[in-house]
Design a protein around this ligand. Structure first.
Ligand SMILES: [Fe+2]
Ligand SMILES: [Fe+2]
Length: 324
């Protein structure tokens, strides 16, 4: 985190004072309000990376649309993947209110300078993985995003309200896929169990590194962008999914996972942070494939952007003629 070291002019000092008061009162910052440059930078990075994650996150699931086991499953999965595209669009719009254009944000994704959630660098190997992704990955996203509905930056919080409603449907459809498999043939139940084994660790890593290794968190919490620490959210998520796994008749392969009466929470094992860091560095199973696909989709869509720009130009000049 860059600490606020900018020398402030008198106008900025007044702005800072109002900003500090709004944050202290738990009010919200709107795009036209004065805000510290570091707050703007942090939010631009966070919201755009969130948008990139929604867009890249469409890939592992879109891969199963043609292979969904029934028409009903296909329709549900298409709706879910479309929702993720919508989330990306709301979030790019929210990020743009911080005065960085979408072109620039997309460029940062395509040139590799912006990150997206590392979970999407894992493949969806079986149909049960679609269930595990919905239940665990969208579930972790909800745990992360519900508190973001109260983020101090108003456009981000507002975008999150609708996103969270849709995420609840995503989680539910994932759980239901696993429920059917877990109550199906022994082979189907095994497929469900194996999918959970693959996604348990990476899903818990979605909350980010442990608190003592997460230097940005404190500033984000002081600015009330983030309301709970990574470890708090991770604990809340584990407490939620353990009984859900029991209801499925499945389990997590974590020998340290057990109820701690004293803490009133589940204890769980150390996560593989070396693996996490290597996936973030670009060495996960699908990083290269995800980026290639996104660049290809961007190139393939060039004619749409050109047509939209030409239309806007024409519409704009027709409009000015009318005014004239
Ligand atoms: Fe989403
Ligand atoms: Fe989702």
């Amino acid at each position: 985190m860059t600490t606020v070291t900018e020398t402030l002019s008198p106008a900025d000092e007044a702005g800072q004072e109002i900003f500090d008061r709004l944050i202290a009162e738990d009010s919200r910052i709107e795009p036209t309000d004065w805000m510290p440059a570091a707050y703007r930078r942090t939010l631009t990075r966070q919201i755009s990376q969130h948008a990139h994650s929604e867009i890249i996150g469409m890939q592992p699931e879109a891969n199963w649309i043609t292979r969904a086991p029934s028409l009903k499953r296909k329709a549900i999965l298409i709706a879910k993947v479309q929702d993720e595209a919508g989330h990306g669009l709301y979030l790019y719009s929210a990020a743009e209110t911080l005065r960085t254009g979408r072109d620039k944000l997309v460029e940062q994704l395509l040139d590799g300078s912006a990150k997206y959630s590392s979970i999407f660098n894992y493949p969806a190997r079986t149909w049960a993985d679609i269930g595990a992704i919905g239940w665990l990955v969208d579930g972790a996203a909800i745990a992360n995003q519900v508190p973001l509905c109260r983020a101090s930056y108003a456009p981000y919080g507002r975008a999150m309200v609708r996103v969270c409603k849709e995420e609840s449907f995503h989680q539910r459809q994932g759980w239901e896929i696993l429920f059917e498999l877990a109550n199906g043939t022994p082979a189907q139940k095994q497929m469900a169990q194996e999918a959970i084994n693959r996604f348990y660790g990476p899903a818990l890593q979605m909350f980010g590194p442990p608190d003592d290794d997460s230097p940005n968190s404190q500033q984000s919490m002081a600015w009330k962008i983030k309301r709970f620490s990574n470890d708090e959210l991770r604990q809340r998520f584990v407490d939620m999914i353990v009984p859900q796994a029991e209801a499925l008749g499945l389990h997590f392969e974590d020998p340290d996972l057990k109820w701690n009466e004293e803490r009133g929470h589940y204890d769980f094992g150390e996560l593989d942070w070396t693996e996490f860091k290597s996936v973030v560095r670009g060495e996960g199973p699908c990083n290269t494939q995800r980026m290639q696909r996104r660049r290809q989709a961007f190139d393939d869509g060039a004619w749409v952007r050109e047509a939209a720009a030409a239309y806007a130009e024409k519409y704009h000049s027709a409009d000015s003629q009318l005014i004239a």
